[in-house]
Design a protein around this ligand. Sequence first.
Ligand SMILES: [Fe+2]
Length: 361
Amino acid sequence: MFKKVFSLSLVLLLALAALAGCGNTGQNNSASENQTEEKQETQEPGEVNLYTSRHYESDVELYKIFEEETGIKVNVVEGKGDELLERLNMEGESTEADLFFTADAGNLHTAKESGLFQTVESKIIEENIPEKLRDEDDQWFGMAKRARVLVYSKDRVKPEELSTYEALAEPQWKGRVVARPSENMYNISLLSSLIEVNGEEDAKAWAKGFAENMAREPQGNDRDQAKAVAAGEADVAIMNTYYIGLMLNSEDAEEVKVAENVGVFFPNQETTGTHINVSGIAVTKHAKNAENAVKFIEFLSSEKAQGRFAEVNYEYPANPNVETAELLKSWGDFKEQDISLSVLGKNQQQAIKLFNEAGWK
Ligand SMILES: [Fe+2]
């Protein structure tokens, strides 16, 4: 009873407020008042909640621009990719996350397989993002590209000596190459791609040969590989392009020096192309603000937003209509592996197995 009285008075209050708000002369019947109310409610821009493993200035700027343009508030939870993934898993239906944004198609695939995403239908995203950079069921979308390239000592290696990832498994590179551990998703995805373009046997032979040629036990992150080359510990390393951009523009003078000492080489230009990967975003399965979440992805895929990824974070825009940053242009155009990134997820388990068998720690 109390509840009923309460809700009736609430309706009355709301109706009065609506009348006062629009300066109505009082001719509305209650049905149309309710409609007005409902309409106002759906017009509220509301909010969108994002879990992201990215921690870049470019992204923060983009949240702000999106908020200004749409009125939709972007609430951000930053964290490590695997921790956010675990959190999303644990929270299940009650999660507040509408969006999940992380690096590597391999990670996105894992989350998709766990049933954490939903399919998104959007003509805008479809037009902005090439098919090979999207999940085959449109459950995630690549937003920014990176190439996994070779960096080499400008003192000890001539670029003419380099050709392919595969060539680095040959005896002449014994004790001269470095890369991070095989548990790292960037490497798992690289090997997944080589399984796709070369077949399982060749991919395994490469992993074995490369591991045997390593100058030291695999360790550290991508930047540490460039540091090892600059320090003379190795001659060639495998790493992602944006780290070179970030190091060249770092506030840390040591990092700048390291980056200036290494050359960038895009392997497999005469053969299967350089391996590329993405940072990608998805709408979560239990998103409460799914409509806003799609709007956010549409915005990120737009030419305006894509330009920021390129300028601030040295990533290649996923939207082909957007120009890349000057630094990246200075490295030249390159041929990419011609595979759908969905493949990286599909070959993931096999790649992990091959790394183990090959002895790449
Ligand atoms: Fe990274």
